[in-house]
Write a protein of this length. Structure first.
Length: 232
Protein backbone atom coordinates (compact mmCIF):
# COMPACT_ATOMS: atom_id res chain seq x y z
CA UNK A 1 0.00 0.00 0.00
CA UNK A 2 1.30 3.43 -1.01
CA UNK A 3 1.24 6.46 1.27
CA UNK A 4 0.43 9.69 -0.55
CA UNK A 5 1.58 12.73 1.41
CA UNK A 6 -0.62 15.50 0.03
CA UNK A 7 1.18 18.74 0.98
CA UNK A 8 -1.01 20.96 -1.22
CA UNK A 9 -2.32 23.94 0.77
CA UNK A 10 -4.76 25.43 -1.77
CA UNK A 11 -8.04 23.72 -0.89
CA UNK A 12 -9.31 23.46 -4.48
CA UNK A 13 -6.22 21.63 -5.71
CA UNK A 14 -5.84 19.62 -2.50
CA UNK A 15 -9.32 18.12 -2.95
CA UNK A 16 -8.84 17.64 -6.69
CA UNK A 17 -5.65 15.65 -6.09
CA UNK A 18 -7.36 13.40 -3.53
CA UNK A 19 -10.56 12.81 -5.47
CA UNK A 20 -9.47 12.85 -9.12
CA UNK A 21 -5.73 12.81 -9.69
CA UNK A 22 -4.62 10.18 -7.19
CA UNK A 23 -7.22 7.53 -8.10
CA UNK A 24 -6.31 8.02 -11.77
CA UNK A 25 -2.54 7.71 -11.42
CA UNK A 26 -2.72 4.82 -8.94
CA UNK A 27 -4.85 2.84 -11.42
CA UNK A 28 -6.13 0.41 -8.81
CA UNK A 29 -3.00 0.19 -6.64
CA UNK A 30 -4.00 0.54 -2.96
CA UNK A 31 -3.13 3.78 -1.20
CA UNK A 32 -3.90 5.98 1.77
CA UNK A 33 -3.55 9.75 2.08
CA UNK A 34 -2.18 12.02 4.77
CA UNK A 35 -2.30 15.81 4.81
CA UNK A 36 -0.38 18.52 6.58
CA UNK A 37 -1.94 18.95 10.00
CA UNK A 38 -3.30 15.38 10.29
CA UNK A 39 -3.41 14.04 13.84
CA UNK A 40 -1.17 11.07 13.05
CA UNK A 41 1.64 13.53 12.27
CA UNK A 42 1.52 15.06 15.74
CA UNK A 43 4.73 14.28 17.61
CA UNK A 44 5.87 12.01 14.76
CA UNK A 45 9.45 10.79 15.19
CA UNK A 46 11.77 9.17 12.65
CA UNK A 47 12.04 6.09 14.86
CA UNK A 48 8.25 5.58 14.94
CA UNK A 49 6.67 2.59 13.20
CA UNK A 50 3.39 4.30 12.39
CA UNK A 51 4.06 4.19 8.63
CA UNK A 52 5.85 0.85 8.47
CA UNK A 53 2.98 -0.89 6.64
CA UNK A 54 3.39 1.27 3.54
CA UNK A 55 5.39 0.09 0.53
CA UNK A 56 5.96 3.48 -1.15
CA UNK A 57 5.91 7.19 -0.35
CA UNK A 58 4.61 9.77 -2.83
CA UNK A 59 5.13 13.42 -1.86
CA UNK A 60 3.08 15.91 -3.87
CA UNK A 61 3.86 19.33 -5.17
CA UNK A 62 2.72 22.39 -3.24
CA UNK A 63 2.66 26.17 -3.41
CA UNK A 64 4.92 26.14 -0.35
CA UNK A 65 8.47 27.34 -1.01
CA UNK A 66 11.26 24.87 -0.36
CA UNK A 67 13.91 27.56 -0.76
CA UNK A 68 12.28 30.03 1.62
CA UNK A 69 10.98 27.42 4.05
CA UNK A 70 7.65 27.08 5.82
CA UNK A 71 6.17 25.99 9.14
CA UNK A 72 5.66 22.52 7.61
CA UNK A 73 9.28 21.83 6.62
CA UNK A 74 10.14 19.85 9.73
CA UNK A 75 7.32 17.33 9.45
CA UNK A 76 7.73 16.90 5.68
CA UNK A 77 11.45 16.21 6.13
CA UNK A 78 10.80 13.82 9.03
CA UNK A 79 8.39 11.70 6.99
CA UNK A 80 10.79 11.57 4.04
CA UNK A 81 13.71 10.64 6.29
CA UNK A 82 11.62 7.89 7.87
CA UNK A 83 11.00 6.25 4.47
CA UNK A 84 14.67 6.60 3.56
CA UNK A 85 15.59 4.93 6.85
CA UNK A 86 13.28 1.95 6.25
CA UNK A 87 14.46 1.79 2.62
CA UNK A 88 11.11 2.16 0.87
CA UNK A 89 10.65 3.71 -2.59
CA UNK A 90 10.04 7.46 -2.64
CA UNK A 91 8.84 9.77 -5.41
CA UNK A 92 8.83 13.53 -4.80
CA UNK A 93 7.00 15.81 -7.23
CA UNK A 94 7.97 19.50 -7.66
CA UNK A 95 8.01 20.84 -4.07
CA UNK A 96 8.22 17.20 -2.96
CA UNK A 97 11.28 16.77 -5.18
CA UNK A 98 12.91 19.81 -3.59
CA UNK A 99 12.07 18.68 -0.07
CA UNK A 100 13.44 15.20 -0.82
CA UNK A 101 16.78 16.77 -1.75
CA UNK A 102 16.69 18.90 1.41
CA UNK A 103 15.82 15.90 3.58
CA UNK A 104 18.94 14.11 2.36
CA UNK A 105 21.40 16.99 1.93
CA UNK A 106 20.13 19.94 3.93
CA UNK A 107 19.01 23.43 2.97
CA UNK A 108 21.83 24.03 0.48
CA UNK A 109 20.18 21.57 -1.94
CA UNK A 110 17.45 24.05 -2.94
CA UNK A 111 17.42 27.64 -4.16
CA UNK A 112 15.25 30.14 -6.02
CA UNK A 113 15.33 29.32 -9.71
CA UNK A 114 17.10 31.74 -12.04
CA UNK A 115 14.24 31.21 -14.49
CA UNK A 116 10.83 30.16 -13.13
CA UNK A 117 8.96 27.72 -15.37
CA UNK A 118 5.28 27.57 -16.21
CA UNK A 119 3.66 25.64 -19.02
CA UNK A 120 4.04 22.41 -20.98
CA UNK A 121 7.76 21.94 -21.51
CA UNK A 122 9.90 19.47 -23.47
CA UNK A 123 12.38 17.45 -21.46
CA UNK A 124 15.62 15.60 -22.12
CA UNK A 125 15.58 12.34 -20.18
CA UNK A 126 18.19 9.64 -19.63
CA UNK A 127 17.62 5.90 -19.65
CA UNK A 128 16.21 5.09 -16.23
CA UNK A 129 13.66 2.64 -14.86
CA UNK A 130 11.42 5.55 -13.83
CA UNK A 131 11.11 6.59 -17.49
CA UNK A 132 10.55 3.12 -18.97
CA UNK A 133 8.28 3.46 -22.01
CA UNK A 134 8.60 7.26 -22.20
CA UNK A 135 10.06 8.98 -25.27
CA UNK A 136 10.52 12.70 -25.99
CA UNK A 137 8.25 13.78 -23.14
CA UNK A 138 6.46 17.04 -22.55
CA UNK A 139 5.65 17.71 -18.89
CA UNK A 140 3.79 20.42 -17.04
CA UNK A 141 6.08 22.83 -15.17
CA UNK A 142 5.07 25.21 -12.38
CA UNK A 143 7.87 26.26 -10.05
CA UNK A 144 9.90 29.12 -8.63
CA UNK A 145 12.47 26.95 -6.80
CA UNK A 146 14.95 24.33 -8.01
CA UNK A 147 17.27 21.61 -6.71
CA UNK A 148 20.99 22.39 -6.82
CA UNK A 149 24.44 21.40 -5.51
CA UNK A 150 23.92 17.65 -5.86
CA UNK A 151 26.92 15.42 -5.04
CA UNK A 152 27.93 12.34 -7.03
CA UNK A 153 25.55 9.97 -5.28
CA UNK A 154 22.68 11.76 -7.02
CA UNK A 155 22.16 10.83 -10.68
CA UNK A 156 20.56 13.59 -12.76
CA UNK A 157 18.15 11.79 -15.10
CA UNK A 158 16.26 14.70 -16.70
CA UNK A 159 17.12 18.26 -17.64
CA UNK A 160 16.17 21.15 -19.91
CA UNK A 161 17.58 24.56 -20.84
CA UNK A 162 15.98 26.36 -17.88
CA UNK A 163 16.64 23.89 -15.07
CA UNK A 164 19.58 21.49 -14.83
CA UNK A 165 18.02 19.15 -12.26
CA UNK A 166 14.61 18.26 -13.64
CA UNK A 167 14.80 14.79 -12.10
CA UNK A 168 17.23 12.76 -10.04
CA UNK A 169 17.72 9.29 -8.61
CA UNK A 170 19.49 8.81 -5.30
CA UNK A 171 22.27 6.20 -5.08
CA UNK A 172 20.66 3.79 -7.56
CA UNK A 173 17.94 3.33 -4.92
CA UNK A 174 14.22 3.52 -5.79
CA UNK A 175 14.28 7.13 -4.59
CA UNK A 176 13.41 9.76 -7.20
CA UNK A 177 12.55 13.42 -7.42
CA UNK A 178 10.95 15.11 -10.43
CA UNK A 179 10.69 18.87 -10.78
CA UNK A 180 7.81 18.62 -13.26
CA UNK A 181 4.25 17.34 -12.78
CA UNK A 182 3.74 13.93 -14.45
CA UNK A 183 0.43 13.51 -12.59
CA UNK A 184 -1.31 16.28 -14.52
CA UNK A 185 -3.87 15.44 -17.17
CA UNK A 186 -4.37 18.00 -19.92
CA UNK A 187 -7.58 19.51 -18.56
CA UNK A 188 -6.62 19.98 -14.92
CA UNK A 189 -3.05 20.94 -15.81
CA UNK A 190 -4.19 23.62 -18.24
CA UNK A 191 -6.71 24.92 -15.69
CA UNK A 192 -4.00 25.16 -13.03
CA UNK A 193 -1.71 27.09 -15.36
CA UNK A 194 -4.49 29.45 -16.42
CA UNK A 195 -5.42 30.12 -12.79
CA UNK A 196 -1.79 30.86 -11.95
CA UNK A 197 -1.20 33.26 -14.84
CA UNK A 198 -4.49 35.01 -14.06
CA UNK A 199 -3.46 35.55 -10.43
CA UNK A 200 0.23 36.23 -11.13
CA UNK A 201 0.18 38.03 -14.48
CA UNK A 202 3.90 38.88 -14.25
CA UNK A 203 4.66 35.15 -14.72
CA UNK A 204 3.19 35.22 -18.22
CA UNK A 205 6.67 35.98 -19.58
CA UNK A 206 7.83 32.56 -18.33
CA UNK A 207 4.92 30.62 -19.81
CA UNK A 208 5.70 28.19 -22.63
CA UNK A 209 3.53 25.69 -24.50
CA UNK A 210 5.63 23.10 -26.31
CA UNK A 211 2.79 20.59 -26.51
CA UNK A 212 1.74 19.59 -30.03
CA UNK A 213 -1.21 17.43 -28.96
CA UNK A 214 -2.62 16.44 -25.58
CA UNK A 215 -2.06 12.81 -26.57
CA UNK A 216 1.63 13.39 -25.82
CA UNK A 217 0.76 13.51 -22.14
CA UNK A 218 -0.64 9.97 -22.02
CA UNK A 219 2.79 8.37 -21.68
CA UNK A 220 3.68 10.56 -18.68
CA UNK A 221 1.55 8.45 -16.35
CA UNK A 222 3.87 5.50 -16.91
CA UNK A 223 6.10 7.15 -14.31
CA UNK A 224 3.66 6.06 -11.60
CA UNK A 225 3.41 2.53 -12.97
CA UNK A 226 7.21 2.34 -13.04
CA UNK A 227 7.46 3.77 -9.54
CA UNK A 228 4.97 1.25 -8.15
CA UNK A 229 6.78 -1.57 -9.96
CA UNK A 230 10.04 -0.62 -8.24
CA UNK A 231 8.89 -2.99 -5.51
CA UNK A 232 7.85 -6.45 -6.68
Amino acid sequence: MLLAFNTIITEKYKISFDEKTLPFIMNGFPYEIIHLGDDKLNDFRVDDKVFSKYTHLLVTGSSLSASQGSEFDEIIIKVIQYFIKIQKPILGICHGHQMLARAILGNSACRKAITPEFGWKKMQIKANSLFKGILNPVFLESHYDEVCNLPEEFIIIATNNECEVQAFQYKNLPVWGVQFHPEMQFENGTEMLQDHIKEYSHDKEFYRNELDTKLQIKQNFLIFKNFINSVK
